[in-house]
Design a protein. Structure first.
Lengths: 354, 181
């Protein structure tokens, strides 16, 4: 059997980043994700990397910008209020087409809010947050093992598309301990980055990393190039898991921690004669609209239930995907509270008219 | 097999570590485990608790809404969590620090003066180990060997010389288990 190590979700992110070749971490502490920085500070020394506790979240994201511009694999992490502060940097990274990885271990908001788990940053993660027409790849792991695997994946995707890849976890995923197998799918093969600002050595023309394009036509052309790239990502990188969806009466859509609560409903509902399926978006952007549409189109499906740790954010994308084919219901909890299996089951029974 | 355990007490009693020992022991036995701590502001000087789920199958929700067993090391924790224990479940209390609640007559109660026993052995930190000894013997959650191995794996090297004494405390707790061999 492969060796399994008991780790906190936050630690798994840090270990994965180091194994993915990340040698620069810049952060500023905030609960519930500070263990990422603790772990980085301890491990980075062993691999000759650099950890800087920045003077602010804004400074940290701009340090990532700098390291990424120089061709390094770099990351930062924070939790909701800190991620808000980084949004300007997100936009600049998109504008400069830099590969970067950020983990957001979401806590309940708005404002300083609380420190308990939430998915209330869905809008911010998937619809912008910073200014301008840009997208980030958003990955939604649901276990400590997936936090590990998707962090490695985030670095690969960021480099492949020269984009920011965001890992959207939550306080529960960050704080829980589960077994992790360090399953490195492929050897880390750092891609060549001929665009990086590494010094010309006096032999090549100098590279420029910038996000400023003053002329309208030049900026529009750049925006078209970005949109073409985003379209390619949307074509190639959509990921979702479907459980028990075939011939389901009710389809649940839930990601991350919520999907785990939803998973537990399937056998309980089955025992009561209701076939419930679960679609778990793994990429939140690009969103698995087609997967949801196909499943919802089945004649057996009476309605779609979106479950979130928020007051209703992803449900808007589910509604767009289903496009009026079936009724959409929503069940959400906020403030750090979690939906119980009992209340989800009650909702489902109501939806099937029982 | 799917067992949800809640451990609760004051910060500093070793509650979170105890959960880690169980999770680690179950891991060595090839089981699925999930350990989830309280990480709220209540940790600073107040109550501390953690949940551990041990299962043969993939673990769904990491949150325990119905526990198979509760180990409570003070009265506030007992009051807060006793309602979460399933009917027919198990509540183990440190009777030096907490008294049984008589509203739950549908669960099995085991009272152990764990803090007192630990103090007699000269190390109050053994109280939680005594309680775990009873929990593990009573539920058959993990083997004694796995637990011992978990101590070696999780305690810093400088504390390894204490492990024989900890295992003696573990066995002392095991003697309070009822209805098993």
């Amino acid at each position: 059997m492969e060796k399994r190590v008991l780790m906190k979700g936050n630690e798994a992110i840090a270990e994965a980043a180091i194994r993915a070749g990340c040698r620069y971490y810049f952060g500023y502490p905030i609960t519930p994700q500070t263990e990422i920085m603790h772990y980085m500070a301890k491990r980075m020394v062993e691999v000759g990397g650099t950890v800087i506790q920045a003077e602010s979240e804004l400074a940290a994201i701009n340090m990532v910008y700098g390291a990424a511009a120089a061709g390094a694999r770099a990351m930062t992490s924070s939790s909701s209020p800190g991620i808000s502060l980084k949004q300007e940097g997100f936009s600049y990274i998109a504008g400069a087409e830099l590969p970067a990885v950020v983990a957001n271990i979401v806590r309940a908001g708005p404002g300083l809010g609380g420190i308990l788990p939430s998915q209330g940053d869905y809008f911010q993660a998937t619809k912008g947050g910073g200014h301008g027409d840009y997208r980030n790849i958003v990955l939604a792991p649901a276990s400590v093992q997936e936090l590990y695997e998707m962090t490695i994946e985030a670095f690969n995707l960021a480099d492949r598309y020269r984009m920011l890849a965001l890992i959207l976890g939550d306080g529960a995923l960050g704080q829980m301990m589960e077994p992790v197998v360090f399953r490195d799918k492929e050897p880390i093969d750092l891609p060549k980055k001929p665009w990086a600002v590494t010094g010309t050595g006096g032999v090549r023309p100098h590279n420029t990393i910038t996000s400023i394009y003053i002329k309208a036509d030049v900026l529009e052309a750049f925006n078209r190039k970005l949109q073409a790239k985003y379209a390619e990502v949307s074509r190639r990188e959509v990921r979702a898991e479907c459980l028990n969806c075939e011939d389901a009466d009710i389809l649940m859509v839930a990601f991350g921690t919520c999907s785990r609560i939803g998973r537990g409903i399937i056998p309980i509902a089955a025992a009561q004669g209701v076939r419930v399926g679960l679609i778990r978006p793994i990429t939140l952007w690009p969103f698995p609209s087609d997967v949801i549409a196909r499943a919802a189109a089945q004649p057996s499906v009476k309605a779609v239930l979106t479950i979130e740790l928020s007051c209703g954010q992803m449900v808007e994308d589910v509604r767009l995907a289903v496009d009026g084919m079936k009724p959409i219901a929503f069940l959400g909890r906020s403030g750090g509270n979690l939906p119980t299996q009992k209340e989800i089951l009650q909702k489902i029974m109501k939806m099937v008219g029982r | 097999m799917n067992c949800s355990i809640l451990l609760a007490g004051f910060g500093g009693q070793g509650i979170l570590s105890a959960g880690r020992f169980i999770a680690s022991a179950a891991l060595t036995e090839g089981k699925e485990v999930c350990w989830f701590p309280s990480y709220g502001p209540e940790m600073r000087g107040g109550t501390a608790n953690c949940g551990v789920i041990v299962s043969d199958k993939t673990i769904g929700s990491p949150f325990i809404t119905e526990a198979d067993a509760l180990v409570a090391m003070n009265s506030p924790s007992l009051e807060k969590f006793s309602e979460i224990v399933k009917p027919g479940g198990l509540i183990i209390i440190d009777s030096t620090l907490a008294r049984p609640i008589h509203t739950r007559t549908d669960v099995q109660w085991i009272s152990i003066p764990a803090s007192e026993l630990a103090a007699e052995q000269g190390n109050i930190a053994y109280a939680i180990i005594i309680l775990l000894g009873c929990l593990i013997r009573q539920t058959g959650l993990v083997g004694r060997e796995s637990f011992s191995r978990a101590l070696f794996e999780n305690l810093p090297l400088r504390h390894h010389h204490l492990i024989p004494a900890e295992m003696a405390a573990f066995d002392q707790g095991g003697n309070y288990a009822v209805g098993r061999d």
